[in-house]
Design a protein around this ligand. Structure first.
Ligand code: PMP
Length: 392
């Protein structure tokens, strides 16, 4: 049933239709754009492009209205129906996380603490680490939550969390889906471990647009994501925030013009994901990554990161959220990347931007999205198998 649904969706991506021989499997880096998103941007730029809130003429007021509509679109996509929330458009996840950190830092007082997870994407730590010295001078300690790397699950060490929390903890930064391990980071377990008072900020760069996301279910206070990783244009993202557990988030008064065309593309991308079905998109990509991990399990030299250390064909393959990262004990990651590229297969094959790992994190990351196919996964497996044979 899903195969027919998927074929019709795949056909909506011009760049894929124009390059049938290529397999784009670097979706955790950025995604391709469906015709509907391209059309929405073209329509906006050719019929009513203006700056927002800068004039009383129709193109300007219509642009302002589009941005307001996009804010409501973000809320509905996150399952926030009429909540007391704020949506601020930013350049992307990194900019959004920086904005949240900068906003919060101005509200912390002497002795306050925040917890950031070590081992997540650098963008989730860097704003805090960069401010660490300045904050320390005001007596604000930034505590780093140690996340075990390469454990059986790729998940946080939830058992370590309660010991880090004190009555001065003001904020916890977490990630929804890990950009290397493809693991669901079990945010509900973070909430359960830290109690109900502390605001949680969710880096949802790898989850929104890829699976259903509900802020009510997750019980988080900030959600930050990038448009370009979910079918929209690069250079736009959003911070969703609610003020249940603290002061009201907002960037009003920040100078600068919004990325109007980007915001239009983001709203169109949410419409596309909604019509396709976030649960179906999720099921499809999880099936593709399972196919890959199962195939890799049959190769002796391969180690999937954040998975069982020795992944054998009869071990239960852990579920990956569309992202599978692996190393080979005899073939270098960048060599594999070159051979894959030579075969028209695009994956990430170098450093993985994991905080604290420096250049020690070279690996091959295969990240699937709704337009990818089982045949493309099989092509990856074939190349890895061939490289293994050549080196054994
Ligand atoms: N967080 C995670 C989990 C990511 O995967 C990424 C992008 N790889 C980012 C943050 C940064 O996103 P952007 O480059 O769009 O700012």
């Amino acid at each position: 049933r899903l195969a027919g649904w998927q074929r019709s969706l795949r056909a909506q991506f011009p760049i894929i239709a124009n390059n049938p021989q290529l397999a784009y499997l670097d979706n955790a880096a950025t995604t391709q754009k469906p015709q509907a998103v391209l059309d929405a941007v073209t329509d906006y730029l050719t019929t009513g492009n203006a700056n927002a809130a800068r004039g009383s003429y129709p193109w300007a007021t219509a642009t302002t209205a589009r941005i307001e509509a996009a804010r409501r679109r973000v809320c509905s996509a996150l399952g926030d129906h009429g909540g007391d929330s704020v949506v601020e458009f930013v350049d992307g996840t990194s900019a959004g996380l920086r904005a949240v950190a900068g906003w919060l830092a101005n509200r912390l007082t002497d002795g306050d603490e925040i917890i950031v997870p070590f081992g997540d994407h650098e963008s989730n730590l860097r704003p805090w680490l960069d401010m660490r010295d300045t904050l320390a001078r005001s007596g604000i300690r930034v505590r780093v939550l140690p996340m075990p790397v390469d454990s059986a699950s790729g998940d946080y060490d939830h058992r370590a969390l309660p010991a880090l929390v004190t009555e001065r903890t003001r904020f916890i930064a977490v990630t929804h889906v890990h950009h290397v391990f493809g693991a669901d980071m079990n945010v509900h377990r973070v909430r359960a471990a830290v109690g109900h008072e502390i605001p949680i900020c969710l880096d949802a760069a790898q989850s929104i647009g890829h699976r259903p996301v509900s802020v009510a279910e997750l019980d988080v206070d900030f959600v930050v994501f990038s448009g370009h990783k979910m079918l929209a244009l690069p250079g736009v993202g959003a911070v969703w925030a609610r003020n249940r557990r603290g002061p009201r988030f907002g960037l009003p008064g920040w100078p600068g013009s919004p990325n109007t065309a980007g915001i239009v593309s983001l709203a169109a991308a949410f419409d596309w994901v909604d019509a396709a079905g976030p649960a179906e998109i999720h099921a499809w990509t999880v099936a593709l990554s399972s196919r890959l991990t199962e195939g890799l399990a049959g190769l002796r030299g391969v180690r999937v990161l954040g998975c069982q250390t020795s992944l054998s064909a009869d071990s239960p393959v852990q579920r990956r959220e569309g992202i599978v990262t692996f190393r080979h004990d005899r073939v270098r990651a960048d060599d594999l990347g070159f051979v894959l590229a030579d075969e028209g297969i695009m994956v990430r094959a170098d450093s993985q931007c994991q905080a604290g790992r420096g250049s020690d994190d070279h690996a091959v990351r295969v990240s699937a999205y709704v337009y990818n196919t089982p045949e493309e996964i099989d092509r990856v497996l074939e190349v890895v198998r061939r490289c293994e044979e050549m080196t054994s």
